[in-house]
Structure formats: structure tokens, C-alpha cells
Design a protein around this ligand. Structure first.
Ligand code: HEM
Length: 434
């Protein structure tokens, strides 16, 4: 939130630097004294977790790249060499591979949190759009990273997904084929393809880091949304980020890292596909080509539509539609907490996304296909029908007068000192609110 600076340099060097490069002032004002709503719950800790995960992926990725060989002949063996011969190579690789899954888990939770609490609504539209851009970049990065293992699943996933562009032949004959061959650098997925995917996989995380800086900048202009969805009104509605949220975020991060470590040390291959331990073979297609779990809902949408071009359009639209959410939702109230009808549709949407994930892992036939189509329909209907219409017809529940009132149960406008000091009264008031 834009607020007056409270930074005071603690030394002569600090004062000297402050008028030349005020990094200490920036850190103090934006990350320590930064006024944060007092009622943020644990769903707000995922932004910090994501920042941490981006750091983990970049750090482990850079060291992996020191040992990885980006050639069609050398790639698979170099990964095995990392696992067996490089000191701590197994830990590096498993941390990076499981880290990708944890990163997506966190980003999906972060995005659904934004959807639930209406954090995309004015004045946070640009913040949201930058988030969707990050999601797109993450998807591209993970897809390219997966290809580098050059196992059977890697190779065929690249083949299937890059081939999607050939559907453009239906728009302008020859355009799709030309585009696909340009992406491949040849007439099939091969050495040039691997080399360019490697180059881009190294580049994109740094672009993501740049967009994350913009994302956090765009957050710090209006300040955080919060579970009530109502804006900060008085100084009593906020607390300084440090120590209140450094501690809360830190605690959540430790729990998250415990789960991460559990997977890395006890089940590192749980989320992967065994076929990726078979070297890529362009002459043998695996019976079921499935992407990593975090792409399954999109894969289900792609396959739910019988026409290739329309399937590809649906696939891209399923993400692109997120850009328009700030303008699709017609509700005047931000938080779903106060929206009795929309709440049901929201949870149906969450269940639909999970169901699409399951359906994406199954062969597209029989009842799987039927359910895939029903879920795909609801996925788009949620954005194109539910969001615009429910906001117009629903009567939201009464909103609290302020953030402080939602926490303490009494008016935030009361001057400090007149606050009831009696803890049981406080507890009762809190109970009433929760
Ligand atoms: C690398 C990925 C990302 C990083 C590192 C990141 C980082 C952050 C951080 C640190 C915050 C503030 C803390 C919090 O509210 O949790 C935040 C807030 C936010 N992010 Fe992200 N984010 C990422 C991806 C996304 C994506 C994919 C979306 C949505 C499509 C998104 C939408 C938002 C919104 C709407 C807020 C404001 C939340 C509020 O105040 O209610 N972010 N992000």
C-alpha cells in the first residue's frame, strides 16, 4: 500500500547510501513496515511460498545444468549420471523434479484463493493479469523442463503438444505444418528441438522472476485484499508486515517444506511416470501418453472436443479466459464468504477442476469422455455464465463495517484505549464473527 516512509538510517553509511541508492528504505517500507490487513489467513501465505519455490527451482536448475548434456544422444545418460555419479546429484534432481510439482500445487492454491476472495477485482486487475501471465510462463517452463529428460514420456509429450500447432493447417493450409517444423528445427522432434527447449527452459525462469517483481509491485500499490474483501479503512485495520506476517509466512513455509521433503526423500517418483525411465525412442509410441499431473485438467479439456482445431482453441482458452475474470464477475461484493449462491457454484468449479484432472489421466473413451465433456462445459460456463449472471441476481450477506470489526466483533472506529479489555468478551465477540 502506498504509505509514507518511516525508514530512519541507523548509521552514517546508511544515511550516505540512502540518498544514493535507497534499497534499505525500500526493504524497510515495502517488506518490514508495510501495512498489511490484520485478518489475512493461511491462504495468504502461498505468495511467499511461491517466491521461495521460484528460488529453489532456479538454484537447483543452475547446478543441474552444469552436469546436463543437451544432446539427443547424451541427455538421458547425463540425467542418470547426475543421479548416480554427481555428488548429491540425486538430491538436486529430485528436489528440482518434485519442486516443479510443489510449485504448481502452490500456484493453484494461490490462484483459487484469489478467485474465492475476489482479489482480481478493481483496483487489482493488473496484479491478477500479471499472475495469469506468470502461470502461462510456468506452464511453458515446466513443459520444456520435462522434455529435457529425453525419456519416452518426455519425447512423446513434446511430439503431441508441439503437433497441436499443426491444427492451424485447417485455417491456412500449410501454416500449421510450417510452424511445427520451425519449432522442431527439422521434420520431427530431434536434437535441434531438444537444444532450443533447453535454452528456453534456462531463460524463462528469469523472465518469471522479472514478472514476479512487477506482480509484487502491483500488489503494493493498492495493498493486499483480505478475507472480508472490504478495503482498509483505518490504521487499526492493518499491522506491520514484520513481525506479524514474517512469522506467519515462515511457519507456513516450514510446514510446506516438510511436505516437500517427505516427497523428495520418501516418494520422489510418486508424481512422475515410470515410462520416463525408458530412453526416448522415436520408433515406439507409448500406449498412453499422459502429461504430468498439473497439466491433466487442460489435457482433459483438449481431448473432450472431437475437432482438433477446436480442441486446441479450448485448451488455450481455458487459461486465457482467466485474463478476463476481473470483467466477467459482475458482483459488487468481492469475497465469496458473503456470496451465498455464488459459493455453491465456486465449489462446484473446484470439484470440476479436480475431476478434469482425473479424467485427463484416463483414456478418452466411454463414460470418461462423457464426463470430460460435461466438466469442460461447466469449466467454461462458470466463467461465461455463472460469473456475470450470479453477481446480478444474488443478494449478498451483510458485510462487516470494517476489517477490525470482522476480527474483534466491535467497531474499528473506537479510539484506542476504549477497547473492551476483557478477554472473555473478546473471545465471545470473535466467536460471533467466525
Ligand atoms: C511464480 C508465481 C507467483 C509468485 C511468486 C507470486 C507471488 C505473490 C505474492 C508474494 C503475493 C502476496 C502474498 C499473497 O497474497 O499470497 C501475491 C499476491 C497475489 N497473487 Fe501472486 N504469485 C504468483 C503467481 C500468481 C498467479 C498465477 C496468480 C493468478 C492467476 C496470482 C494472483 C495473485 C493475486 C490476485 C494476489 C493478491 C492477493 C490478495 O491480496 O488478495 N499470483 N503473489
Amino acid at each position: 500500500m502506498a504509505h509514507p516512509s518511516t525508514y530512519k538510517p541507523g548509521s552514517r553509511f546508511g544515511a550516505w547510501l540512502d540518498v544514493r541508492l535507497p534499497v534499505a528504505r525500500l526493504t524497510h517500507d515495502q517488506f518490514l513496515a508495510y501495512p498489511t490487513p490484520r485478518n489475512l489467513n493461511y491462504w495468504w501465505t502461498f505468495g511467499g511460498i511461491l517466491t521461495f519455490m521460484l528460488g529453489v527451482q532456479i538454484a537447483t536448475g543452475i547446478v543441474l545444468a552444469m552436469h546436463y548434456v543437451p544432446t539427443a544422444e547424451g541427455a538421458f545418460d547425463s540425467v542418470e549420471k547426475i543421479m548416480r555419479d554427481v555428488n548429491w546429484g540425486w538430491l538436486l534432481r529430485y528436489t528440482h523434479a518434485v519442486g516443479a510439482s510443489m510449485f504448481f500445487l502452490a500456484v493453484y492454491i494461490h490462484t483459487f484463493r484469489g478467485l474465492y476472495y475476489g482479489s482480481y477485482k478493481a483496483p487489482r486487475e493488473v496484479l491478477w493479469i500479471l499472475g495469469v501471465l506468470i502461470l502461462l510462463l510456468m506452464i511453458a517452463t515446466a513443459f520444456m523442463g520435462y522434455s529435457l529428460v529425453w525419456g519416452q514420456m518426455s519425447f512423446w509429450a513434446v511430439t503431441v503438444i508441439t503437433n497441436l500447432f499443426s491444427s492451424l493447417d485447417m485455417v491456412i493450409p500449410g501454416l500449421g505444418t510450417t510452424l511445427v517444423q520451425w519449432i522442431w528445427g527439422g521434420f520431427s522432434v530431434g536434437a535441434p528441438t531438444l537444444n532450443r527447449l533447453y535454452s528456453l527452459h534456462y531463460l524463462l525462469p528469469f523472465i518469471i522472476a522479472g514478472v514476479v517483481v512487477l506482480h509484487i509491485w502491483a500488489l503494493h500499490i493498492p495493498g493486499n485484499n483480505n478475507p472480508t474483501g472490504i478495503e482498509v479503512k483505518t490504521a487499526r485495520d492493518v499491522v506491520p508486515f514484520h513481525p506479524y506476517y514474517t512469522i506467519k509466512d515462515g511457519f507456513a513455509l516450514v510446514v510446506f517444506v516438510l511436505l516437500f521433503a517427505l516427497l523428495v526423500f520418501y516418494a520422489p517418483n510418486l508424481l512422475g511416470h515410470p515410462d520416463n525411465y525408458i530412453p526416448a525412442n522415436p520408433l515406439q509410441t507409448p500406449p498412453h501418453i499422459v502429461p504430468e499431473w498439473y497439466f491433466l485438467p487442460f489435457y482433459a479439456i483438449l481431448r473432450a472436443i472431437p475437432n482438433k482445431l477446436l480442441g486446441v482453441i479450448a485448451l488455450f482458452s481455458s487459461i486465457a479466459i482467466l485474463f478476463f475474470v476481473p470483467w466477467l464477475d459482475s458482483s459488487k461484493v468481492r469475497s465469496t464468504r458473503y456470496r451465498p449462491i455464488y459459493r455453491w457454484f465456486f465449489w462446484a468449479f473446484v470439484i470440476t477442476c479436480v475431476a478434469l484432472g482425473y479424467l485427463g489421466s484416463q483414456a478418452p473413451e466411454g463414460s470418461y469422455l462423457v464426463f470430460g465433456r460435461i466438466c469442460t462445459f461447466y469449466y467454461f460456463a462458470f466463467f461465461l455464465i455463472v460469473m456475470p449472471v450470479v453477481g446480478l441476481i444474488e443478494r449478498p450477506r451483510a458485510l462487516p463495517g470494517s476489517i477490525t470489526e470482522s476480527v474483534l466483533g466491535y467497531d474499528a472506529e473506537q479510539p484506542v484505549g476504549k477497547v473492551p479489555p476483557n478477554p472473555p468478551a473478546r473471545a465471545r465477540a470473535r466467536e460471533k464473527v467466525l
